[in-house]
Design a protein around this ligand. Structure first.
Ligand code: C5P
Length: 415
């Protein structure tokens, strides 16, 4: 199950902000944008003023399928997606071509146009494809800048060596678009969950009483959806099985199966279990369902007390572990009291590898909230995450899961 898998060039669901600066190689940026889109990436282009002397924004818009931005304070564009949102949106910022002047401004933290501002405001990876005259490239100033950028984990792709537009021969040519796409793909192949398949349950379940009534709970789906999205971001191939939820589905998850009841959720999970590496059960599954579901709406008959019989629902997490004992599985525990000791019981009862426990009492009630605090419990101890936005907690949780998953692989292979 944990076999390493090969990684063909696929940037499906990746959000790439392509920065174009003012060098002659900018004419190749259109080809680059087209190729990035071809391998599944979503591309948004930001151009500097000088780049517009080499390629038109209309061309870049046509090949990327999105409006091109160049002004920091463009009212209309800001209303759609502010530059801070754009900085957060990107999984990677690729600047191709990157001129010597741009590299210098990036090195020294300038924020004097939209592209440099985005680079400064982003926590995403940044990669640059330098393109300039060979003397400019070899100059101590540029080489110092490049070394500083490398120390900051900014990737320099190329440059290539050969004939230059200025008639000289030497290093400084921008890499071919095809090679840039390959290297962008490589940036992602070292991610925490690259090549792994992750199955996530999220949302609530609806247990019907009759055609118009049922039993459910207040789960919004926010935490589970954020986890599914963070797993995609970490390179996983994610399948999301979701019960009813008020939150919009995460649009980067390619495989989404919508279900209603616990039994439907179990069936969907079992159908998609084959080949999964990690199972994360976030759904708030009803423990019981009405013993019978009336085919027609139940009429009141004048009784003061209405009694209803309930039967146990299948425990999806436990059944998954029963079927595939080796599957790395993560459960959630929402508790009002004795958070840690209850979570420990759950870890053993469900034979989970990790339990993420969160309080659902009083002010710390995470249900429906944008915020959460998690205690991660496994056989090694307890780790706390948050309080923080659920989207942030999800990213950290995925890192914790990945670290444990990979450590387990190492332990198993050294046994
Ligand atoms: O037993 P309890 O409902 O407290 O356990 C919570 C954990 O078990 C969550 O990860 C939840 O998704 C999972 N679960 C499940 N099937 C159930 C009940 C809970 O997968 N029927």
């Amino acid at each position: 199950m944990n076999n390493p898998k090969s990684h063909p060039v696929s940037l499906h669901g990746k959000r790439i902000l392509l920065g174009v600066t003012g060098g002659i190689a900018a004419y190749k940026s259109a080809e680059l944008a087209r190729r990035l889109c071809e391998v599944g990436a979503e591309v948004r282009v930001v151009m500097t003023k000088n780049s517009e002397a080499f390629i038109s924004s209309l061309t870049m818009q046509a090949v990327s399928g999105n409006a091109v931005r160049s002004e920091t304070f463009d009212e209309e564009a800001e209303a759609g997606m502010s530059h801070i949102e754009l900085a957060r949106w990107a999984d990677v910022i690729v600047v191709a071509p990157a001129t010597a002047a741009f590299i210098a401004r990036l090195t020294h933290g300038f924020a004097d146009d939209l592209l440099t501002t985005l680079c400064l405001a982003s926590e995403s990876k940044i990669a640059i494809a330098p393109a300039m005259n060979r003397v400019m490239w070899s100059s101590p100033a540029t080489q110092n800048n490049i070394n500083q950028l490398r120390e900051r984990a900014i990737t320099a792709m190329g440059p290539d060596s050969g004939d230059q537009a200025c008639g000289e021969v030497g290093p400084g040519r921008m890499l071919q678009p095809e090679e840039i796409v390959r290297q962008v793909n490589e940036l992602f192949s070292s991610e925490a969950l690259t090549g792994l398949r992750v199955l996530v349950t999220a949302g609530s379940t609806w247990e019907a009483i009759d055609p118009v009534r049922g039993i459910t709970n207040l789960s919004s789906g926010k935490m589970g959806y954020a986890i599914a999205d963070a797993a995609v971001h970490a390179g996983a191939d994610v399948t999301l099985v979701s019960g009813p939820a008020t939150h919009p589905l995460p649009n980067r998850v390619a495989n989404v199966i919508k279900v209603t009841s616990a039994r439907e959720m179990l069936e969907a999970v079992m159908t998609h279990l084959d080949g999964q590496d990690i199972f994360i059960a976030v759904a708030a599954v009803a423990d019981y369902r009405p013993q019978t579901q009336a085919a027609s709406k139940i009429k009141k008959q004048g009784e003061e007390v209405l009694r209803m019989e309930f039967v146990r629902n299948p425990d999806i997490l436990a059944e998954v572990k029963e079927k595939v004992p080796d599957l790395f599985s993560v459960g959630f525990a929402a508790e009002t009291d004795n958070l840690i000791s209850e979570a420990r019981k759950k870890l053993l009862a469900k034979r989970a590898d990790l339990i993420a426990a969160n309080s659902v009492s009083g002010e710390s009630n995470a249900l429906g909230s944008d915020y959460n605090t998690l205690q991660l419990i496994d056989r090694a101890g307890v780790v706390s995450l948050g309080p923080a936005l659920k989207t942030r907690i999800a990213v950290d949780l995925i890192q914790e899961i990945s670290a444990r998953f990979h450590a387990r692989g190492t332990l198993q292979s050294t046994r």
